[in-house]
Design a protein around this ligand. Structure first.
Ligand code: KIV
Length: 273
């Protein structure tokens, strides 16, 4: 194993993420939605596992993250937690479970923590939801913020292109980032914004800032596991680095399996009772 993989088998906590930022150690974060993938990601030494609402796209084939429900997120969260020993597990609050009354948001966060046994929740947005964030943190639930491209607002934006290129949106993002830190968030995800803006936010904040499509001047990186493993060959945004071509590996293995069945090669004498 590479020297970049930590030998420290202690459970990752929000405080340890903060310490990593203080000593300049980059934080690794990846999504998982199920037990088998969560075990692999945890055994590889990932610091944070995100049970993202991208499960709506990746697991269920929806066009957006909007349809996934609280019950479905809890199901994914529970499955992931069962496979994890070391990583901090963060579960996304799905669309419609916190944007209204802050007490509804609190109830949703409590359900996620009580039923999935995850370590923290993540939600999208800044100033508009700051009372909700404070209420959830006051209940003892660690909260991670998410600014920049916020996929739950796709119907407002109308596009998944880079956010905060204009000064007005960039200024609001910086203000929101500070508000989220002041409210007590333990970390912040910045999605698809200019690298210089993300770097500025990371240098101004004391809490770890994790980027996706936000350049290298932040405190860590997050990607969707199926994307970086090359399982979705049609998805090739500029920010994505593919670490494997599992689309080719899996379809090749499946084709061999079909061939072996059709030719009668599988099962052989050793593969039967
Ligand atoms: O749902 C998700 O996978 C996310 C990441 C893209 C950060 O929020």
């Amino acid at each position: 194993m590479s020297g970049y993989i930590s030998n420290d088998t202690r459970k990752v906590t929000t405080h340890r993420l903060w310490e990593m930022k203080q000593r300049g150690e980059k934080i690794s974060m990846l999504t998982a939605y199920d037990y088998t993938m969560a075990r692999l990601v945890d055994e590889a030494g990932m610091d944070v596992i995100l049970v993202g609402d991208s499960a709506s796209n990746v697991m269920a084939g929806n066009v957006t993250t909007l349809p996934i429900t609280l019950d479905q997120m809890i199901y994914h969260g529970k499955s992931v937690v069962r496979g994890v020993k070391r990583a901090l597990v963060v579960v996304d609050m799905p669309f419609g479970t916190y944007q209204g009354n802050p007490y509804v948001g609190l109830d949703s966060a409590i359900r996620i923590m009580k039923e999935s046994h995850a370590d923290a929740i993540k939600l999208e947005g800044g100033e508009e939801f700051i009372e909700t964030v404070k209420l959830i943190i006051a209940a003892g639930i660690p909260v991670m913020g998410h600014l920049g491209l916020m996929p739950q607002s796709i119907n407002k934006y109308g596009t998944y292109t880079v956010r905060a290129k204009e000064d007005k949106e960039a200024d609001k993002l910086i203000k929101d980032a500070h508000l989220l830190q002041e409210a007590g968030c333990f970390g912040l995800v910045l999605e698809k914004i200019p690298a210089s803006l993300a770097g500025r936010v990371a240098s101004e904040l004391e809490i770890p800032v994790i980027g996706i499509g936000a350049g290298g001047q932040v405190d860590g990186q997050v990607l969707v596991a199926q994307d970086m493993l090359g399982m979705n060959d049609g998805f090739t945004p500029r920010f994505l680095r593919k670490y494997a071509d599992l689309h080719t590996v899996i379809t090749g293995a499946l084709a061999n399996y079909i061939k072996d069945i059709k030719t009668g090669d599988f099962p052989n004498e050793k593969e039967q009772y």
